[in-house]
Write a protein that binds this ligand. Structure first.
Ligand code: SF4
Length: 149
């Protein structure tokens, strides 16, 4: 978190779990998904099973052509965009964990969750407060987020 907070302007966090292909998940039968590993084996009313191909039959272009993948990715991108537009912690978070948004909000297109409030926002506030004390700036206390994009 210190590294993220002290990174030069414009060097915000990029998350592997909301980037297609950065994490490839394959189950025992060869079914393939990407994004958060927890999605494999999960089923959802809007998104279906998250099995967007099979290693025995499908290459990467076939997987990203799958209608379920396209729907999920469009919603993940919408969630990242909404996070970027609304959250002061975006530069140290990168737009959140898709499986967590789905579990807490029922959609990939959402923004804030209890998980990100505790694991990103509260953590960033504590580290930012420490940095401010070290640098002899600010009054300490809640700093209201890094607010750097
Ligand atoms: S901290 Fe939460 S609301 Fe902010 S960018 Fe991350 S996931 Fe989105």
């Amino acid at each position: 978190m210190r590294g993220h907070l002290m990174a030069p302007h414009g060097n915000g966090v990029m998350r592997a779990d909301n980037m297609p292909g950065a994490i490839i998940n394959i189950d025992f039968a060869g079914n393939v998904t990407t994004f958060s590993p927890e999605l494999l084996g999960t089923e959802h009313g809007r998104y279906g099973t998250f099995e967007w191909g099979n290693v025995h039959n499908d290459d990467w272009p076939a997987i990203v052509s799958n209608a379920g993948f396209k729907l999920a990715y469009a919603d993940i991108l919408a969630g990242i965009q909404r996070c970027g537009d609304s959250c002061a912690y975006f530069s140290v978070c990168g737009g959140g964990n898709p499986s967590n948004k789905l579990a807490e909000l029922g959609t990939f297109a959402g923004t804030e969750t209890q998980y990100c409030r505790l694991h990103i926002q509260a953590f960033a506030d504590i580290v930012m407060e420490d940095l401010e004390k070290e640098l002899g700036i600010g009054q300490g206390g809640h700093v209201g987020g890094p607010n750097r994009k």
